[in-house]
Ligand binder design. Structure first.
Ligand SMILES: Cc1cc2nc3c(=O)[nH]c(=O)nc-3n(C[C@H](O)[C@H](O)[C@H](O)COP(=O)(O)OP(=O)(O)OC[C@H]3O[C@@H](n4cnc5c(N)ncnc54)[C@H](O)[C@@H]3O)c2cc1C
Length: 539
């Protein structure tokens, strides 16, 4: 017996399923329990609990007209829908809905690559197109553009971008929503909307100029619940002639401040792609009791203590990998320039050469690339991290990440390390924040990741993770740091921190939601926005 949409009788639900079947073909309406179970969130912190978020059924359309038909049927019966592209959003809800009983609209069969133009630098795709599909399409045709992909290649440009997902090459392309241009959307009333230049019936530049005329509404569909996106354009990076990487190492803790300033300059001036910060002392934590004792001190080590420890072990305190893309001549000159600039500013800075490539790469060369996503090559290697091995016989079953956005400065990193250090201690979470460096996926801000384990067998682990997650969200918000993306179970908690002027943002979105989707059928609860009928009564 499925978890029915709230307020619906079994008879009504079955009538709706019959109507879905008439519109799509019975084989594209998923109702068998084992099949519906495939839409469970494999990383759910509520696994097997009565409150686990589960679908009632799924529908699998192939055309925009079928999506329109689904929306109209759902409206007639007040059935909540939950659209997914490839449904691989592990860590952020997988393919399970925000509201139990929703019917998943699985768009994987809408998988046409409509256009890739390597002269004007864009692609137009449907939601079911994966990063692997788009990459293969470009490779097979020898097109001179790169995609920017997240770590797992099985996801989709559309789904990833609509969750504000991120990648690994040049700043403007790493922000997948930021690099989209133009959408087609089926609205909650079944109408088809095209955004930007797409609103002009004979548009010639839908994927080139994003604003069109009037209000720019695309943002409503990212982490939002205002429609089902059926096409999306993306800007693509020109295939560079060459790539090279170099490592910068600096000897003192407070060198981080100047290092970030100079790396920011290089990045914002488009001389480098993603900078990857790290702390070489991390590798000494397991073997050096002196370092562990410093990290465990209340308040953490002083600058001098950490600097002395690093110097006595011949280690730098921080490092940053710089990645250069472009003509072979300019990547070499840019690396020389980066070295000169940083050496002049930070006494004792050292530099090491890393990989360099000329494109196109042969298939064998590609195999040998250690971090393929930095070259826009989709793959699944990320799942080997934390996998079962002799050293890790009981891997965790899943994870949630808290990823607060912090300013792009060394001072902010040091402050965040201190605050997270205190909160880890308060919550008994173990680990030390004092050597933690930020994730740099976003072009203009840092995020500091905090991971929480998920267990399939021990609900206590999950409850503790959720409790700790809520506390870290609260502490971060007190410091002006907010989450950029959320699993369904945390969406309300996160949205409640974006509370300026008595939650004006949420209230504005609710006003729009009630007007554009009065029956509240699209992705109820996504982004912390609920339709009226679910705001007014307990969920
Ligand atoms: C080990 C690991 C590493 C990861 N690394 C990264 C990473 O590097 N970068 C990153 O960004 N993420 C990462 N993720 C998270 C996730 O796997 C990816 O973001 C993935 O691309 C999302 O899945 P998807 O593309 O199938 O999107 P989907 O799951 O299909 O959709 C994502 C969200 O968008 C909404 N949506 C999808 N399609 C539509 C539509 N057509 N209309 C309206 N709404 C829609 C859905 O409701 C859903 O909430 C990682 C996860 C794991 C487990």
């Amino acid at each position: 017996m499925p978890t029915l949409p709230r307020g619906l009788t079994e008879t009504d639900f079955n009538t709706a399923l019959d109507q879905f079947a008439a519109a799509l073909g019975a084989e594209h309406v998923v109702t068998v329990d084992e099949d519906v179970a495939l839409y469970r969130d494999a990383y759910s912190p509520l696994w097997n609990e009565p409150s686990e978020l589960v679908a009632s059924a799924a529908v699998v359309p192939t055309t925009v007209e079928q999506v329109q038909a689904i929306v109209r049927i759902a409206n007639a019966h007040r059935i909540p829908l939950y659209p997914i592209a490839t449904g691989k959003n592990l860590g952020y809800g997988g393919s399970a809905p925000n509201l139990s009983g929703s019917v998943v609209v699985d768009l994987k069969r809408m998988n046409r690559i409509i256009e890739v133009d390597d002269r004007r630098g864009f692609a137009l795709v449907e939601p079911g197109v994966s990063y692997f599909d788009l990459y293969r399409h470009i490779e097979e045709r020898g097109l001179k553009v790169w995609i920017d992909c997240p770590d797992p290649g099985w996801g989709s440009p559309v789904g990833n971008a609509l969750d504000h997902g991120v990648g690994y090459t040049f700043g403007p392309f790493r922000d997948h929503f930021g690099s989209h241009c133009g959408m087609e959307v089926v609205l909650a009333n079944g109408e088809v909307l095209r955004t930007g230049m797409g609103a002009l019936p004979k548009a010639q530049s839908w994927q080139e100029y994003r604003y069109g005329f009037g209000p720019y509404v695309d943002g409503l569909f990212g982490q939002g619940n205002f429609g089902i996106v059926t096409k999306m354009g993306f800007w693509l990076m020109p295939q560079p002639e060459a790539y090279r990487a170099g490592l910068v190492l600096v000897p003192r803790r407070r060198d981080l401040i100047a290092l970030v300033d100079h790396v920011n300059y290089l990045e914002h001036a488009s001389l480098i792609g993603q900078p990857n910060y790290g702390c070489p002392l991390q590798r000494l934590v397991a073997t050096e009791p002196e370092l562990r004792a410093l990290l465990e001190k209340p308040g953490g080590p002083t600058d001098d203590e950490l600097d002395r420890f690093a110097a006595s072990h011949g280690s730098a305190v921080w490092q940053c990998e710089l990645q250069f893309y472009g003509p072979a001549r300019t990547v070499d000159v840019n690396w020389e320039y980066a070295k000169e600039r940083i050496a002049a500013a930070i006494p004792g800075a050292r530099f090491e050469e890393r990989e360099s490539y000329r494109f196109p790469l042969s298939p064998q060369d590609k195999e040998g690339v250690p971090h393929k996503v930095a070259l826009g090559i989709p793959n699944m290697a990320i799942f080997s991290i934390g996998a079962r091995s002799e050293a890790n016989p009981s891997p965790r079953d899943g994870h949630l990440w808290f990823a607060p956005v912090i300013p792009k400065s060394g001072e902010a990193i040091l402050e965040c390390q201190r605050v997270l250090g205190e909160v880890y201690r308060e919550l008994g979470m173990g680990g030390s924040a004092f050597l933690q460096t930020p994730a740099t996926w976003h072009f203009r801000a840092f995020i500091m990741l905090v991971g929480f384990s998920i267990s399939r067998t021990d609900p206590a682990v999950n409850h503790r993770s959720l409790e700790n997650f809520r506390r870290v969200v609260e502490v971060a918000a007190e410091h002006g740091w907010g989450e950029y993306r959320s699993p369904p179970v945390m969406a309300d908690t996160i949205m409640s921190t974006y509370s300026f002027n008595d939650h004006a943002l949420r209230r504005f979105c609710e006003t729009l939601k009630d007007a554009a989707d009065p029956n509240g059928i699209i992705a109820a609860g996504r982004g912390g926005i609920w339709p009226r009928y679910l705001r007014e009564t307990p969920r």
